[in-house]
Design a protein. Structure first.
Lengths: 189, 167
């Protein structure tokens, strides 16, 4: 039996500390998903907490057909998307294709640009400029190391759709990086 | 499959031998494509080394505090019935009382302490003489075993925070 499944069994038997171990193990990854969608630390933490409580309530019905992580990310994804959709209409829409480029047009001072000459922080910045759902999709793939099939299970998209989206999103990410530094990224890359 | 897709597949190590050959041909035909491939390889490496965001230090505690009590512990019934626990203590008390209060059959000279010890031993002899030896042996063994188990349980409870016998 996998360690996760043992912890799940113990949790269902009434050992809350076992669930605490699961929380510690997955909290960063769940928080990363909610953070990418909601782009607000406080709200993302609430959504992540909400996700764990939902998972706890539904733990007895977890059939172990998928990995616990995939099942948990699915809950986190839905929780974050629901919270995002519940925001007032004047905020960014999930379906607004142009929205991710709005921030990219801002002008940073040369000093700010120099401070950000770190590829990792540039990528984080670029992810922050992408559509909420898209940044979360890339996070699931690269950070949470979910396969295309698992991402399809989490998001409800088809596998081929996930593949196409991932390809386009990486290209978009590359373009945002290029645009942000107006060509300087080429020398960094 | 277009060139970009081919390069991303290569960066992920998912190219078939035919695709590898196609990419090699592409690079030899157009050397400017090498820069594009280098960019993709670098971006892929950076994406793979991304670190997750961390929530606040109290996150786990907050989650645990918010959990409802929907999974009651299965081992709620004690393994040793509390009635038997009372019986044990009563038996122990009765034995001590019997030893102390049993009519004295002998008088010994000497100090008060040795006299008291002699009296206790004498009382015990008289008391044990009333029951068959085998029964007494079982009684003493049972009493000692129960006492030992309870002592171990107390130690376990103190060290692990949970009762071994649920007593």
């Amino acid at each position: 039996m996998e360690p996760d499944n043992l912890l799940i069994k113990e949790t269902i038997q009434g050992n809350k500390a076992a669930f605490g171990t699961l929380v510690e193990q997955y909290q960063d990854y769940v928080f990363s998903v909610t953070m990418k969608v909601l782009k607000n630390r406080e709200e993302a933490e609430e959504a992540a907490q909400d996700s764990f409580v939902k998972a706890y309530r539904a733990l007895a019905s977890f059939e172990q057909r998928s990995k616990f992580g995939t099942w948990l990310y699915q809950i986190a994804w839905r929780t974050a998307i629901d919270r995002y959709r519940a925001r007032p209409k004047n905020r960014q829409s999930l379906d607004d294709d142009q929205s991710f480029l709005q921030v990219a047009d801002r002008e940073d001072t040369p000093d700010q640009q120099l401070q950000q000459q770190n590829m990792r922080s540039l990528i984080e910045q670029a992810l922050g400029q992408m559509k909420a759902q898209d940044a979360a999709l890339l996070t699931l793939y690269y950070l949470n190391e979910q396969s295309v099939k698992e991402i399809a299970d989490i998001t409800g998209l088809t596998e081929s759709n996930v593949k196409v989206k991932l390809f386009r999103l990486r290209e978009t990410l590359k373009n945002i990086l290029t645009k942000n530094l107006k060509g300087e990224v080429k020398s960094l890359l | 499959m277009n060139t970009q897709e081919l390069m991303w597949n290569y960066a992920e190590g998912k190219c078939s031998p035919a695709e590898m050959a196609a990419l090699e041909k592409l690079l030899s035909d157009d050397p400017t494509q090498q820069m594009e491939l280098d960019q993709i390889l670098r971006l892929q490496a950076e994406l793979l080394s991304l670190q997750p965001d961390a929530p606040s230090m109290r996150f786990t505690r907050n989650v645990l505090d918010a959990l409802p009590d929907i999974y009651p512990s299965e081992a709620t019934d004690p393994l040793i019935n509390p009635v038997w626990k009372k019986v044990f203590w009563l038996a122990l008390a009765a034995m001590i009382a019997a030893v102390v209060l049993w009519p004295r059959s002998s008088h010994s000279s000497g100090s008060r302490l040795s006299s008291a010890v002699d009296q206790a031993v004498g009382s015990l002899h008289q008391l044990t003489g009333l029951v068959p030896d085998t029964v007494m042996q079982y009684f003493v063994l049972t009493l000692l075993s129960a006492g030992l188990l309870m002592l171990m349980d107390k130690i376990f409870l103190r060290k692990r925070g949970t009762s071994l016998l649920m007593i």
